[in-house]
Design a protein around this ligand. Structure first.
Ligand SMILES: *[C@@H]1O[C@H](CO)[C@@H](O)[C@H](O)[C@H]1NC(C)=O
Ligand SMILES: *[C@@H]1O[C@H](CO)[C@@H](O)[C@H](O)[C@H]1NC(C)=O
Ligand SMILES: *[C@@H]1O[C@H](CO)[C@@H](O)[C@H](O)[C@H]1NC(C)=O
Ligand SMILES: *[C@@H]1O[C@H](CO)[C@@H](O)[C@H](O)[C@H]1NC(C)=O
Ligand SMILES: *[C@@H]1O[C@H](CO)[C@@H](O)[C@H](O)[C@H]1NC(C)=O
Ligand SMILES: *[C@@H]1O[C@H](CO)[C@@H](O)[C@H](O)[C@H]1NC(C)=O
Ligand SMILES: *[C@@H]1O[C@H](CO)[C@@H](O)[C@H](O)[C@H]1NC(C)=O
Ligand SMILES: *[C@@H]1O[C@H](CO)[C@@H](O)[C@H](O)[C@H]1NC(C)=O
Ligand SMILES: *[C@@H]1O[C@H](CO)[C@@H](O)[C@H](O)[C@H]1NC(C)=O
Ligand SMILES: *[C@@H]1O[C@H](CO)[C@@H](O)[C@H](O)[C@H]1NC(C)=O
Ligand SMILES: [Zn+2]
Length: 583
């Protein structure tokens, strides 16, 4: 994009020499683009520069990028004049008539002008932005200032200026008598720097934009693309190009006497490019646990938008001797964990079996979390079908358990998008699962367990059977089945103690591994028959779906104090009294 020398001088006043406009160029003068940074008072060497190469596979959808509102884009009299300013051809708009708002912009912007960037008569393309390295023949920029701001005020704000960028594509069969033919007919009236003529044809901005779908666009924060390269621009780059006849594209270098008027792309320097929800993005590449794809766990950090290489990753090995007692780790409050109709459906994601809960029903608070969390889903990690298979994600003193269940909740006051970007946006409860036979803690109550299984364990197994009965229906990846059986989360957790747990700050254990999780890993494991555990790998069709342990780095693991959990004797007394009540 480009401001005329006039506007720059007006805006920057004494700060920049008014001769600046004649000192820079694209080719053939002292200050070519690689030297713009040396122009006094310029920002061209800073870190938030434009244009950029947009890589759609690295773009993130932003649900806040809603529809634009355009005012007077259909006005046939808003385009006042066309001018050659020595760097480009610019069409001036009537003052305070054309406006743009919405589209995730903060406020209303008043459009001043639009101008073009192009290549040369040998068909070298000349757009400023590129898509996956592809340069379009031309680019049009509609430049607007935040309403109510002067140019000087606008260039000092990070989003004082909004530019709408449109790619222009050259086609074989475009209209040779439409609006673009009218507009380009003026190019031969502005062949020299300083030439300016009024536009007498009735052409609207919408006429020029044609049928570009304006709900599909990219957004990032950048700069002016000409000196002084002020970092004040909220950029919009529309995904679909304006298609015009190649012979009309050719008129820009031919008639205006300027060629290759575009700045090379600038580094993103960690900036994120966002896309409106309607913008189609390529699917992210597949990741996996074994070696049947390119992105195995050791390469997850290379995936686009991945946090998997961070220093707050999960799962971890919990070393009990290093866990610090924290008296603030009190009891949880479980809301609707006993609701027998809370599970909406069960699905095979291709990486796990997941039970999705009904919206805004099940909640979690207390337990030192400090917020109310809304429970979204629970899912499982497992090993193989072999007898001694181990497939938990967390390990305790290097012991890996047969399976692990994760109950995932998000902070109730945040949207999911916000939660995954907030350090405590998610809370996950991790429960180890092991089979009865391998439980060694049964010694104190062995008589009871072996001769006559407690009714609570027996009924718990009945619930696990209810759950695993659904697995045969989701053998195909991405398939789902609704859960009609009466089954609550409490039913599945059974009598496992929920007062005794470890706590640490970590991440999701699958890509993008967002470091947004407050982890709770319970010390007691849920007991499930081995035959039922085997059904997960058998029906899902894949094995060993757990991520290897990640380094702790500087984190601390906290633990509830030992005395808060009932000892084994008290526990069996408790069970006995429960049995007494129910039998
Ligand atoms: C945005 O515009 C598109 C098409 O113009 C329309 O289908 C969609 O409903 C609009 N979205 C909103 C949130 O208004
Ligand atoms: C749109 O343009 C008309 C003149 O064509 C003008 O009267 C009107 O104020 C403009 N609308 C806005 C919101 O500026
Ligand atoms: C929007 O602009 C106003 C001032 O014009 C500012 O106070 C506010 O923080 C901005 N909001 C965002 C989200 O940038
Ligand atoms: C650009 O124009 C070429 C030639 O007509 C065409 O093949 C191509 O599909 C167009 N690209 C887009 C994105 O419309
Ligand atoms: C070309 O544009 C003119 C004026 O807008 C219109 O009348 C005509 O139908 C268009 N022709 C084609 C082939 O689209
Ligand atoms: C543009 O130039 C042509 C001659 O090339 C002339 O006939 C026409 O009047 C000029 N238009 C304007 C608006 O000056
Ligand atoms: C432009 O529009 C005005 C009315 O808004 C009309 O009087 C005039 O004839 C139109 N000019 C052309 C060249 O179509
Ligand atoms: C799995 O997919 C196959 C076809 O791909 C289909 O025939 C079969 O019915 C599906 N099974 C289930 C349980 O959905
Ligand atoms: C469940 O599967 C059906 C097709 O079998 C599909 O249409 C539906 O979108 C899926 N539901 C969810 C929530 O994934
Ligand atoms: C998690 O991180 C937050 C912020 O850094 C800190 O206040 C909190 O104590 C940490 N919690 C644990 C369990 O380490
Ligand atoms: Zn998990």
């Amino acid at each position: 994009m480009h401001f005329s020398t006039f506007v720059l001088c007006l805006g920057l006043g004494a700060l920049v020499k008014c001769a600046a406009g004649s000192e820079w160029c694209y080719t053939g003068c002292e200050y070519t683009p690689s030297k713009w940074k040396d122009i006094s008072g310029s920002f061209c060497g800073e870190k938030r520069q434009s244009p950029v190469n947009i890589v759609p596979s690295h773009v993130v959808t932003d649900p806040n990028l809603g529809n634009f509102t355009f005012v007077n884009f259909s006005s046939q009299h808003a385009i006042k004049s066309i001018e050659n300013n020595g760097h480009t051809v610019k069409c001036k708009l009537k003052d305070n008539e054309v406006e743009v708002s919405g589209g995730g912009l903060n406020g209303t912007y008043s459009a001043l002008q639009f101008h073009f960037h192009w290549g040369d008569t040998k068909h070298h393309p000349g757009s400023e932005h590129t898509i996956d390295g592809h340069r379009y023949p031309m680019e049009m920029h509609i430049v607007s200032l935040r309403k109510g701001l002067t140019v000087q005020e606008a260039i000092e704000k990070s989003d004082g200026i909004a530019v709408l960028g449109f790619f222009i594509n050259a086609t074989e069969d475009g209209n040779m008598s439409g609006p673009w033919s009218m507009l380009t007919s003026y190019l031969k009236n502005v062949t020299d720097e300083g030439d300016e003529v009024n536009i007498n044809h009735n052409i609207s901005i919408y006429d020029l934009i044609g049928n570009v779908d304006m709900t599909k666009f990219y957004r990032y924060m950048g700069s002016l693309t000409t000196p002084s390269c002020n970092e004040a621009v909220a950029w919009t780059v529309f995904q679909e190009p304006i298609n015009i006849h190649k012979d009309l594209v050719q008129l820009f270098p031919q008639d205006a006497g300027l060629t290759n008027v575009f700045r090379p792309t600038q580094p993103l320097n960690g900036r994120q490019v966002f896309a409106s929800p309607a913008t189609p993005l390529p699917p992210s590449p597949p990741w996996c646990y074994d070696d049947h794809c390119d992105y195995t766990p050791s390469k997850w950090h290379l995936l686009p938008q991945s946090y998997c290489g961070g220093e707050r990753q999960s799962p971890i090995n919990i070393e009990t001797k290093n866990a610090k007692t924290d008296i603030h780790l009190d009891e949880f409050t479980f809301t609707k964990f006993d609701d027998k109709h809370a599970i909406k459906y069960i699905t095979n994601t291709g990486h796990a079996v997941k039970c999705v809960l009904k919206d805004n029903l099940v909640e979690l608070s207390g337990g030192g979390l400090g917020h109310v969390y809304s429970t979204l889903q629970f899912h499982f990690h497992w090993g193989t079908t072999s007898h001694d298979s181990k497939g938990s994600e967390h390990t305790v003193d290097s012991k890996r358990y047969p399976m692990e269940m994760h109950i995932v909740s998000k902070r109730k006051d945040l949207t999911l998008e916000a939660a995954i970007k907030t350090p405590n946006g998610l809370a996950v409860l991790g429960f180890f699962i092991e089979s009865k036979v391998t439980t060694k803690s049964s010694s104190s109550s062995s008589g009871h367990e072996t001769t006559n299984p407690s009714s609570s364990s027996a009924s718990s197994m009945e619930y696990w059977k209810k759950l695993t009965d659904h697995l045969h229906a989701i053998q195909n990846i991405s398939s789902n089945v609704s859960v009609t059986a009466e089954l609550s989360i409490d039913d599945l957790l059974g009598s496992v103690s929920r007062k005794s747990y470890f706590r640490y700050n970590g991440s999701l254990t699958t890509p993008s591994c967002n470091e947004a999780v407050v982890w709770t890993v319970f010390k007691e494991s849920i007991e499930v028959d081995e035959s039922l555990m085997k059904m997960f790998p058998t029906y899902a069709g894949y094995n060993d779906v757990f991520r290897p342990s990640q380094r702790l780095h500087s984190r601390t693991i906290f633990t509830t104090s030992a005395s808060t959990s009932p000892g084994p004797i008290l526990m069996s007394l408790l069970l006995a009294s429960l049995c007494a009540i129910f039998l």
